[in-house]
Design a protein around this ligand. Structure first.
Ligand code: FCB
Length: 423
């Protein structure tokens, strides 16, 4: 989508946040008190996270790397199961660890964007029924309160829960993630509702202690469009998918007529082209369409379509909520450096176009700093700006990391073809 408008390049606003996003279980390693670790040990998941990227011990070197490549922000999650390994028991060593992690970010000029719940929970929480248990919301609220009491003054950007719809879908519909329930959209929507309620309580808790905090939940927002726009039922399928998987969460975080959000945290990866199928489980949302009339489409190793234009569409749509927007995830699973560069370049252009149109975009956090433990896919899906050698744990910056560094350092997206791809 480059075109004429970037012939002179594009200038990003001063203070724009540039960085990468991570999640504790995917990078830290040895996340033993979590429900995911338990599920890995039980053999119900195909991979074990083990030491993952050993970020638990290597976080300073990782933050050095981020800084050396121009980042000024970093998204991380504080692992609930480390901080509260048993109900009501706060682990002071874990609090101390995250204290040092936040200090290490500050020392390197990296603005922390902190997630409180990124898919994993303490094992005890899952064993008591997880998000569907009667006291789930109270348990999470007590945890949030402890975190905010300790770290509140050090964190401006907060993400309460990560991707309610994705967690609910994998845990209660496709059943490939804990708690491995299949085909229960009814439970999935209860879980989404609970996560949105958990967000509202966390929002109020954070603001009670940190009035100027910026709080959101991270929402997975694909760009959804009908397979054949002239077919009413395809349009209906796309509409229903958008209502239930995108808009519903934005409605659930309302309280007394206002959304409890200070910004919109967008995780954007792909587009879904939807076709109506009037039978079976996909009734409500239609099915993904792969018909040839859409022309050649590029997919990554997880079969997600590379579609930068969709980020622009999603940003325009989010801007209609009347809030600033932060891209809290965007990335591609591939080992092909050319494809990764094309992906990054395309999405940077989408950011530039959105800003050019007046979207209040605050920053871009790429998923992820380095290849890491990609949930049920283990280390087979490579999302890193830096490649991780899982035998030696060495991180090797990829060309896309250099492109992002160039843009972050100069604040300028050079015209197509002139980007710097070597160190
Ligand atoms: C998102 C998750 C993140 C990572 C990326 C690839 O849905 O939030 O943890 O797995 O996908």
């Amino acid at each position: 989508m480059a075109g004429q408008e970037f012939a002179e390049g594009f200038r990003f606003p001063p203070g724009f946040l540039w960085g990468a996003a991570t999640a504790a279980h995917q990078v830290e390693g040895d996340n033993r008190a979590s429900d995911w670790w338990a599920a890995e040990e039980s053999g119900r998941l195909p991979h074990r996270s083990g030491r993952a990227c050993d970020h638990l011990r290597r976080y300073e070197a990782d933050f050095d790397l981020a800084r050396a490549f121009g980042h000024n922000a970093h998204r991380l999650s504080l692992e609930w199961s480390r901080l509260e390994p048993e109900p009501g028991v706060r682990d002071e060593a874990a609090f101390g660890h995250y204290e040092r992690v936040l200090e290490a970010l500050r020392a390197r000029g990296l603005e922390p964007v902190v997630t409180l719940h990124h898919f994993t929970a303490p094992r005890w929480f899952a064993e008591r029924g997880g998000w569907l248990a009667a006291d789930a919301l109270d348990r999470f609220a007590a945890h949030v309160d402890a975190v905010v009491e300790r770290f509140g003054s050090q964190i401006r950007w907060w993400i309460t829960v990560n991707e309610p719809t994705v967690l609910a879908k994998h845990g209660w519909v496709t059943g490939d993630w804990p708690p491995f329930v299949r085909g229960r959209w009814d439970l999935a929507f209860r879980v989404i509702h609970r996560l949105c309620t958990a967000h509202r309580r966390a929002y109020r808790c954070i603001h009670a202690r940190v009035p100027d905090a910026l709080v959101s939940f991270a929402h997975s927002i694909p760009w959804i469009e009908p397979c054949d726009p002239s077919r009413t039922l395809d349009r209906l399928a796309a509409r229903l998918r958008t209502i239930f998987l995108v808009d519903w969460c934005f409605d659930r975080v309302r309280e007394s007529g206002r959304r409890l959000l200070d910004y919109v945290a967008v995780n954007y990866y792909t587009r879904s082209i939807v076709r109506w199928r009037p039978r079976g489980r996909a009734l409500l949302f239609g099915v993904d369409c792969h018909e040839p009339h859409h022309g050649p489409r590029l997919f990554d190793d997880l079969d997600q379509e590379l579609w930068p234009e969709g980020l622009l569409q999603v940003l325009r749509r989010c801007a209609r909520l009347g809030l600033p927007v932060l891209v809290t995830e965007n990335g591609i699973a591939t080992t092909d450096d050319g494809l990764r560069l094309a992906h990054l370049r395309g999405h940077l252009e989408a950011l530039a176009r959105a800003l050019g149109e007046g979207v209040e975009l605050r920053g871009y956090l790429h998923w992820s700093l380095m290849d890491n433990f990609e949930w049920a896919k283990g280390t087979t899906a490579r999302f890193g700006l830096a490649a991780t050698d899982f035998a030696t744990l060495e991180r090797r910056p990829r060309p896309a990391m250099r492109l992002l560094a160039e843009v972050a350092r100069t604040g300028r997206l050079a015209p197509t073809g002139s980007e710097v791809t070597s160190a």
